[in-house]
Write a protein of this length. Structure first.
Length: 444
């Protein structure tokens, strides 16, 4: 017996924490998921909240965010909706073990660092803002609680020595959902974490809601153990304009000087010549030029507009689509080398094409083969993603691709803003692809 115990101890000492974690099968909803709609104070995480001495953001950092040159656009978003720190709560959460890019060969040695990605969105509640015009004219699902077209993308750096502890924390969230609620994350579509679903369901029993609140409390504690202002690396901003031209957005990027703690505004890379401003306003409703960094063949593939028809003459739809697929493919395009606009527009344009032309996108089999698509065939024997969804939930594609407002749903991983889409999920194909890459690395 003594020899048996000694053998076990020696085995545990030999096996590294990385190897132990590799034997655990993560699902999409263990690394990328939505929080519940903040219907009550104990199911929300505000960016200014002080939780047991820790915070994810601060008023001081807010004051350092890039300001838009046009004074009409500095304080509000989307025709008068609020852009104040107190209105922002976390809507989604993602983990990426390998930045700035996960390579096709999935070699962890090429990873420079890991990050947590958090999206915070401006939310109105209890009828405080904006005026009743929004609920009456736009017909919001819940006029008392709705998201605006403004968001912050908060990125927290995880040093190499802390990566395993973060992944253990994520695994504990998975196990807690099973323990408290008997819920599994395996094989689910990317979306709201199943442990939070009862908090958004008016028909859920009081017992289920009570257990879900307990689970949310555990998640919140775990979140603050992984992220705080101390390891905040970058902040990106996206907001609609105030001038009434629905279809214009502002993008701005800020990196953090970890020595001084201050945010430093950065030019957006990948924009066409003359557009490398710190903020970028573009009208999506009139069509958008995907950035030059994403051009597959400059002599053949021109800018792609709202109808996915290249503006340059004599170019086929397949070449225009090829450019979109390149943006969505994380094995070909590093986000840091591209521009915000192209990345946020690629999925709405692709969804619209799929809704109007079908899954074959209106192309012949030969043309479709030419696309540099990123996809995992669920029929393959890839153990890292076996039993997991490798596509977006169909209603998300349909919603983002409808003729009425599909191209306005530009959020990559957040709650959709405006009209009857409010509180539904906006998920890009790029986000799903990156999540599948994460699973391949963690479950390798």
């Amino acid at each position: 017996m003594r020899l048996y115990i000694v053998t076990i101890i020696l085995t545990l000492l030999i096996i590294s924490p990385t190897e132990i974690m590799a034997k655990r099968h993560f699902s999409s909803l263990d690394v990328s998921f939505f929080l519940p709609v903040p219907l009550r104070p104990n199911q929300t995480v505000s960016i200014l909240e002080n939780f047991k001495g820790k915070s994810l953001f601060s008023q001081k950092l807010w004051n350092q965010l890039t300001q838009v040159p046009n004074g009409m656009l500095t304080t509000t978003s989307m025709v008068g909706s609020p852009f104040n720190p107190a209105d922002f709560s976390i809507s989604s959460f993602r983990y990426s073990p390998c930045e700035p890019h996960i390579f096709p060969d999935m070699d962890p040695k090429k990873c420079k660092f890991s990050v947590l990605r958090i999206v915070a969105q401006s939310l109105s509640s209890d009828g405080d803002n904006p005026p009743s015009f929004f609920s009456k004219k736009w017909g919001l699902l819940d006029p008392e609680r709705f998201y605006h077209d403004s968001a912050l993308h908060l990125i927290y750096i995880i040093p190499k020595e802390k990566r395993i502890s973060v992944e253990k924390a994520l695994w504990s969230i998975k196990m807690k959902a099973k323990e408290l609620l008997g819920l599994s994350t395996k094989g689910k579509y990317l979306g709201v974490h199943p442990g939070f679903e009862a908090l958004e369901d008016p028909k859920a029993s009081s017992d289920k809601k009570k257990k879900s609140l307990k689970f949310f409390s555990f998640f919140k504690e775990t979140l603050y153990s992984m992220a705080s202002t101390k390891n905040l690396l970058a902040v990106s901003e996206m907001r609609g304009t105030r001038n009434g031209n629905i279809g214009q957005w502002i993008f701005a990027g800020n990196l953090r000087d970890l020595k001084t703690g201050n945010l430093i505004s950065k030019d957006i890379s990948g924009l066409q010549k003359g557009e490398s401003r710190k903020t970028h306003v573009v009208s999506f409703s009139k069509g958008v030029n995907l950035g030059e960094k994403f051009i597959v063949d400059k002599s053949k593939v021109g800018p792609v507009d709202d109808t996915i028809v290249p503006k340059t003459g004599g170019v086929t739809n397949s070449l225009g689509l090829k450019r979109i697929f390149k943006v969505l493919n994380p094995e070909q395009t590093v986000v840091l080398k591209g521009d915000c606009v192209s990345c946020h527009m690629a999925s709405p344009l692709l969804s619209k094409r799929e809704v109007t032309k079908g899954k074959n996108l209106g192309l012949s089999a030969g043309e479709k083969k030419q696309l540099e698509a990123f996809s995992y065939n669920p029929k393959t024997n890839d153990a890292s993603i076996k039993g997991e969804k490798t596509s977006l939930e169909p209603s998300i594609i349909k919603m983002r691709g409808n003729k009425k407002n599909g191209t306005f749903l530009v959020t990559n991983f957040g709650r959709c803003a405006g009209r009857t889409t409010n509180q539904k999920l906006c998920i890009s194909q790029r986000t799903l692809n990156e999540t599948l890459q994460v699973l391949r690395l963690l479950n390798k």
